[in-house]
Design a protein. Sequence first.
Length: 155
Amino acid sequence: MLTEREFTAAAERYLDMVYRIALNYFRHPADAEDAAQEAMLRLWQADRNFDGDDHLRYFLVRVTLNVCKDISRSPWHRRMVPLESCREPSFSTPERQELFRAVLALPGKYRLPLYLYYYEGYSVKEVGELLDLKPSTVQTRLARARAKLKEELEA
């Protein structure tokens, strides 16, 4: 179980990552904020010890994805009308911002593996474990996502 100090350090370090994963899942900032808050609450309530930063990070990604799935399945979420305005994270160059927008425009089955692999630095095997996919499926989706991005950005 995390102490208050450890939780605060983890929140400061990983909250932005958790929010970005949720934003990639939902594409709406309000839903992403709700999911990030719920994921951090589950971290606080977790009755376990973590074997280092990698274990904690993996736990948070897994919990965030599960929270996103839970929220998207809820009857309340299915009835609501999504907001079209989207607060985007800041980027160092306009090209990176354009690329991120193109990533957000991808279908979810391509967007999430691509985001976890390139933006969060997970291996193909780890992305497969997080999304319950075979590594070969992850590789195929990454290749198709890259092709779609190339097509979109060259248009």
